[in-house]
Design a protein around this ligand. Structure first.
Ligand code: B12
Length: 306
C-alpha cells in the first residue's frame, strides 16, 4: 500500500468509528499562532487562564510536546443535537447537553489508534482532545477540515462550528491534506451579536466571553458591568455560534457520539432547587460537574437578578 492508500484507509476507519471528518497535517512550528498567543497574553486577553502562558513553546510545536511527532491526525465530532433549548429561562451551552466530551472523544480516538496499528504495527502516538497544549483549531485548518471564523472557532463546511476537535500525534508520515483557505468575508454577525462585545475579528477578549465568565471565572463574583448583558446563560454560551450562517442548516443526524441528558429539559424550579446530592448524581459524568454547585448557583442568581 502506498502512503495515499494508507491515508485513505485511516480516514475510512475514523468515519467508521463515528467521527464526522478526518484530515492530516505535517508537524511544524506554528510561529504565527505563537506570536498571536503572546499578543493575547501581553494584552491581558487571556484573562486568568494561566495554563495558556505555560508551555507556549510546546503549544507552538508538537515536536517539543512529543519528540517523535511527524503528523497531526485531526478528527471532528459534530455535537449539534436534534433539538436545542430556546425558550428557556436558564440556558446551558450545547456542548454540555451530553456527557463529558473529553472522555467520549478520547475513547474513540483510542479506537482509531488501535486501528492505526493495523497499518503501522510499531506506531507511537499521543491522543489529545482539548486539554493538551496544542493549537487544535489551527491544526484542523491545516488538515483541511475548515477555516477559522471571526467567532474564533473552526467552521467546517458541512458541520458548521458545532464540532469538537480531537487528534493523535504520530511518529509516521502520511499523505497530507491541503490547508483550508477561506474567510468569513464581510460577515460580522457573531461580532455584532456578542452581548458583551468579547469578539473582534479573529480575537477573543476572554475577560468578556460569557463562556469564561460562567465557567472559568471561579470564586469571583460576576462583575455588575455584565448586568443585562448575560441574559439567561448559566453555563457557557453559544450566541456567536447560533447566529453564524454556516450553522443554519446543520444535519442533526450527524450527531453520533452524544446523547442529550434529561437536564436539558429542566425548568427554572429544577435548576433553582438543586442541592449537593442531586448536583453530584445528575452531573457526575458531565463537564458541568467541574464548576461545582456553588458556582452554578452564583450564575443562576446573577441571571435571576438581572
Ligand atoms: C482556552 C480555551 C477556551 C477559553 C478561551 C478561548 C480562547 N480564545 O482562548 C474559553 C473558556 C473562553 C473557551 C470558550 C469556548 N470554547 Co474553548 N478552548 C480553549 C482551548 C483549551 C485553547 C484555545 C487557545 O489556544 N487559546 C489561545 C488563544 C490565544 O488562541 P485563540 O483565541 O484560538 O487565537 C488564535 C486565532 O485567533 C489565531 N489568529 C490570530 N489572529 C488571526 C488572524 C487570522 C486572519 C486568522 C485566520 C487567525 C488568527 O491565532 C491565535 C492563536 O492560535 C481549546 C482547545 C485547544 N487545546 O486548542 C478549546 C476550544 C477552542 N474550545 C472549544 C469550544 C467548543 C468552546 C466554546 C464554544 C464552549 C462554549 N459553548 O461555551 C466557547 C467558544 C468561545 C469562542 N467564541 O471562542 C472547541 C472549539 C471547536 C471549534 N469548532 O473550533 C475547542 C477546540 C475544544 C475542542 N477540543 O473541541 N475556550
Amino acid at each position: 500500500m502506498n502512503l495515499q492508500d494508507i491515508s485513505s484507509k485511516i480516514k475510512k476507519y475514523a468515519l467508521e468509528i463515528g467521527f464526522n471528518d478526518c484530515g492530516f497535517a505535517k508537524v511544524e512550528e506554528l510561529t504565527f499562532n505563537k506570536q498571536k498567543l503572546y499578543f493575547s497574553i501581553n494584552n491581558g486577553y487571556t484573562a486568568k487562564l494561566s495554563f495558556l502562558s505555560r508551555n507556549v513553546d510546546k503549544r507552538a510545536n508538537p515536536a517539543i510536546l512529543f519528540k517523535n511527532a511527524k503528523t497531526v491526525i485531526i478528527v471532528l465530532a459534530s455535537y449539534f443535537p436534534q433539538k436545542i433549548q430556546n425558550e428557556k429561562k436558564y440556558k446551558i451551552s450545547i456542548y454540555s447537553y451530553s456527557n463529558n466530551y473529553h472522555n467520549i472523544i478520547k475513547n474513540n480516538l483510542n479506537k482509531l489508534f488501535f486501528k492505526l496499528k493495523e497499518v503501522f504495527p510499531d506506531v507511537i502516538g499521543r491522543v489529545f482532545c482539548d486539554s493538551s497544549p496544542i493549537f487544535e483549531k489551527e491544526w484542523a485548518k491545516r488538515a483541511g477540515l475548515g477555516w477559522l471564523g471571526k467567532n474564533n472557532l473552526l467552521i467546517n463546511k458541512k458541520f458548521g462550528s458545532f464540532v469538537f476537535i480531537g487528534g493523535i500525534l504520530i511518529d509516521k508520515e502520511l499523505y497530507y491534506d491541503n490547508a483550508f483557505e477561506k474567510t468569513c468575508g464581510n460577515c460580522n454577525l457573531c461580532i455584532e451579536s456578542c452581548p458583551t462585545k468579547a469578539l473582534s475579528p479573529y480575537l477573543l477578549d476572554v475577560n468578556k466571553c460569557i463562556s469564561y465568565i460562567t465557567i472559568e471565572n471561579k470564586n469571583n463574583k460576576i462583575p455588575e458591568s455584565f448586568k443585562e448583558k448575560i441574559k439567561n446563560e448559566i453555563y457557557g454560551c453559544d450566541i456567536c455560534q447560533n447566529v453564524c450562517p454556516h450553522n443554519k442548516k446543520l444535519n442533526a443526524g450527524a450527531y453520533h457520539f452524544f446523547k442529550p441528558n434529561e437536564y436539558v429539559n429542566w425548568n427554572e424550579e429544577n435548576w433553582e432547587n438543586l442541592n449537593e446530592e442531586k448536583f453530584k448524581s445528575v452531573f457526575k459524568d458531565t463537564a458541568i460537574v467541574r464548576i461545582g454547585l456553588k458556582q452554578l448557583k452564583r450564575n443562576i442568581e446573577f441571571v435571576k437578578k438581572h
